[in-house]
Design a protein around this ligand. Sequence first.
Ligand code: BG6
Length: 485
Amino acid sequence: MEPATIVVLGGTGHLMRRKLLPALYRLAGSGRLAPGTRILGAARSRQMDDAAFQAWAAEALAEAGLFAEEQTPRWCRGCLAYQSVGGGTADEFRALGSRIEALERAKDQPANRVFYLALPPEAFPPSIAGLGAAGLNRSAGWTRLVIEKPFGRDLSSAQALNRLVHQHFDESQVYRIDHYLGKETVQNLLVFRFANPVFETLWNRDRVASVQITVAEQVGVEGRAGYYETAGALRDIVQNHLTQVLALVAMEVPGAFEADQIRNEKVKVLRVIPPVGADDVVCGQYTAGRIDGRAVLGYRQEPGVAPDSTTETFAALRLRVENWRWHGVPFYLRTGKRLPRRLTQVIVTFRRPPVSLFSSMRDPSAIRPNVLAIAIQPDEGFELGFQVKAPGQPIALEMQRLRFRYAEAFAPLADAYETLLLDVLQGDQTLFVRADEAEAAWALYAPVVDRGAPERPPVYVYPAGTWGPAEAARLLADGEQWLPS
Ligand code: BG6
């Protein structure tokens, strides 16, 4: 891997402090960054300079528990620089370009550049246009553009953003982040399916009764009301993280384990899902409640939230994947803040046996189905529930579990941002969302999230610390329940 200059626009922001800087520091510390790789923080402040930025970074690393006496300040001094882009004028973008060239010249290094937009979404268009106008979209080496989520706020804004990106950058230069794709357990969905024929042969409508995907969070809005009030659960989690997991669970086998082949299959499966109508969605908003014995505020009482806000903090949905493999198998998605615990999981419920041979259970519907629970986080791994004969007479069945846990087999898992940053530097787009994929994902939810959408679903309330509004149960087929609930 060749050295590069990583230019972080929004270089003194929350994402840089909490995620990017610690990830880059860990990558450097474990020798996974090419020697000479530099990080140039670019932000509005005209007062800040290299030394102040390096001190700020050392403090951020200390806060992340990563401070080592001499080593951290040395790394900050050697690898970090700062450039103001103040009001984002053309002159300021040109000055940014000159600074990058000066850094490259000083060490006689190739013009390999990453521009990482760690910015609020309204700053994406002027920054992309500013980089393009200053000629920073090309270089003598390679130039890559990383765009954080949310990529647009509905289908038409995502299309407009893609058009702007493509005016200045080729799609092969663009890395749209969905950090869920950087999680080892999300990538493992592909290995689990395509390296284990025992599961892949069961992965269809003949054997699967339903699929549930849950992203449950214990946290509330975490002081991000300014953003969250304009987003809500459908835009914040459903359109991206949940839809990405859904695509990996439902896609067909790609021809090769290669970025575009995998992304082609993801787009194909998203395109056979009919857009959800309001009848397929139940939204909720948390009221005051208790989590782990601690009293927490309701959403409308959180700082910065309108007292009459109707923003959804919970969404449950029912989707149909209308292809040969999945016709008739409901896919249920669910996410919420202030739920009882943090849990992201995929539950595949298999069909029950058609008849029961066991006298204690003449009714096949009384037999619990096989269930595969894939834990994406925490306690990463999976469990397969199957029936065994409980010892003794008369014959009785009992559900037991085959279990795999990452923590028991491997060292702690790397943070998603380490994986994603390394992939950007290596030019591997597999774990990034392609333009058509981002649009296909928005198209699914267009009837409920588009500006002036005619079908805005009602928002029910649920007390913090519960699994969401009871109304979510109406999405499920008879005899099914949300797991957990
Ligand atoms: C972010 C959302 O994309 O993902 C947050 O904006 C959410 O609202 C977060 O809390 C969840 O990520 P993780 O990795 O903690 O599951």
